[in-house]
Design a protein around this ligand. Structure first.
Ligand SMILES: C[S@@+](CC[C@H](N)C(=O)[O-])C[C@H]1O[C@@H](n2cnc3c(N)ncnc32)[C@H](O)[C@@H]1O
Length: 418
């Protein structure tokens, strides 16, 4: 009875081992040949919730070093420089580090003698459903804020593509493979300190930015969770530079081990990585100043406008589980109190009157209602498009459906709190 109970409580998430797949076997052999010891017995599995990810065949304790990847296995600016030397010499225009890494992947994926063949073989063949990869017709059905971000991401990509194309002859350039590399770098690269890697100053003739991105085999298989707490560092271990991850929380055997990609809200996760997490504690709904003023039904005068602009109160306007952002509350106050003599004192001293706080309640409700209305409308658009089975439209539809539930949740919480 005790055993059954214990087992039930410890039942791990449904998953399937990937250890016997060709890609995984080859990756492991290659890592082992280059000195990776896998002291924490990490294993690749396919998880029902997240797809491919990592667990351990033993329990992991808080403060354990999860993984140490030797520097020579990573793809850094240094490794690219050595491999692409002849092409880099032809460089007519500098690239960004992300673009250079993408060019490198594009070249190496077809190079059967590549030193990273096993790693490149382990990379996903299919790209995550990043909304900006959709067609312009589909993007035009997204909510305004997501259209804007999608177009910006697409523009960045097009600029990178233009630059990268100047680097190589047409015969050597494969646009589809470049896009594949570009997205994978965006979703998998880790931050590195160029000084620690011994990257000399001379990169500015080749790069538009600093070489602070690198690809780290196996370590890039960890999925994201907002609760995860890890520390990453390049350390010296037995005279060798290694990229190490330390976990600050423990994991049971076979439970998926997560890292955190940052305190990202769901919109950011979807735009940058192609997924979102229901219940994400960092999630928020954002507002434009014009939309807030419309709900308030007021017109602000010059003095109010100047105050808002001077203190950047027209940005970072959002509501999340922690409720209104500082700026949103301040913007509402300033907009409703044109005749107030001591705006600064109230706003920056958090001296809002009871009367104002009471007034906030219906305003917040209305702001959230406008979002629900919008998301429902846009959800219908994506639903029509999802019928054509585009993975972007389906993902956006799921996201907007979740978004409606999230905002309803916020309304409930705000109602209970105030
Ligand atoms: C660094 S990779 C992680 C490993 C990846 N799952 C793989 O199979 O190679 C980042 C990508 O994994 C996926 N991912 C990461 N965390 C996730 C999560 N919590 N839920 C769903 N997908 C996730 C997304 O596609 C993201 O772009």
């Amino acid at each position: 009875m005790g055993r059954t109970k214990r087992r039930r409580r410890h039942r791990p998430e449904v998953s399937k081992s990937l250890e016997n797949t060709t890609d995984c076997v080859q990756l492991r052999q290659w890592l082992a040949q280059h000195g990776w010891k896998n002291e924490t017995r990490l294993q690749l599995r396919s998880f029902a919730q997240t797809g491919r990810g990592i667990c351990s065949r033993r329990a992991i304790n808080a403060n354990d070093v999860l993984i140490s990847i030797p520097n020579q296995l990573m793809i850094t600016f240094n490794s690219i420089q050595t491999c692409l030397m002849s092409h880099i010499a032809l460089l007519r225009e500098p690239l960004k580090i992300q673009e250079l890494l993408a060019v490198f992947l594009m070249m190496e994926v077809t190079n059967i003698e590549s030193s990273w063949k096993e790693y490149i073989g382990s990379l996903p063949k299919e790209l995550p459903a990043l909304p900006w990869l959709a067609t312009e017709d589909e993007v035009s059905l997204y909510p305004d804020e997501m259209q804007k971000i999608s177009r910006k991401c697409h523009e960045n990509y097009r600029n990178g593509l233009k630059r990268a194309k100047k680097l190589l002859s047409d015969a050597l350039f494969d646009e589809e493979l470049f896009k594949w590399g570009y997205v994978l770098v965006n979703t998998r690269a880790v931050y590195v300190d160029p000084n620690q890697l011994g990257i000399e100053e001379g990169f500015s003739s080749v790069l538009l930015d600093t070489p602070n991105m690198a690809l780290c085999p196996f370590l890039d298989m960890f999925n994201h969770d907002f609760n995860a707490n890890t520390e990453a560092a390049l350390n010296n271990q037995d005279g060798q530079l290694v990229y190490q991850l330390k976990t600050l929380s423990g994991y049971r055997k076979y439970d998926q081990i997560f890292i955190s990609y940052g305190p990202h809200n769901n919109m950011k996760l979807l735009m940058e990585y192609g997924f979102f997490i229901p219940g994400n504690v960092y999630d928020v709904v954002q507002f434009e100043m014009a939309a807030v003023l419309k709900v308030l039904g007021v017109q602000i005068d010059q003095r109010q406008y100047k105050f808002i602009k001077e203190h950047f109160l027209d940005s970072k306007l959002y509501i999340g589980y922690d409720m209104l952002s500082f700026n949103l509350k301040a913007l509402i106050f300033v907009s409703l109190n044109g005749d107030c003599k001591n705006i600064s004192e109230v706003v920056f001293g958090d001296k809002y009157s009871e009367e104002f706080l009471l007034r906030l309640k219906p305003i917040v409700n209305e702001l959230l209602d406008t979002k629900i209305f919008l998301y429902k409308e846009q959800c219908k658009n994506c639903e029509i498009n999802a019928a054509t089975k585009s993975k972007y439209a389906s993902m956006m539809q799921q996201f907007l459906e979740y978004r409606v539930m999230f905002v309803l949740d916020l309304k409930k919480i705000f109602d209970e709190k105030s």
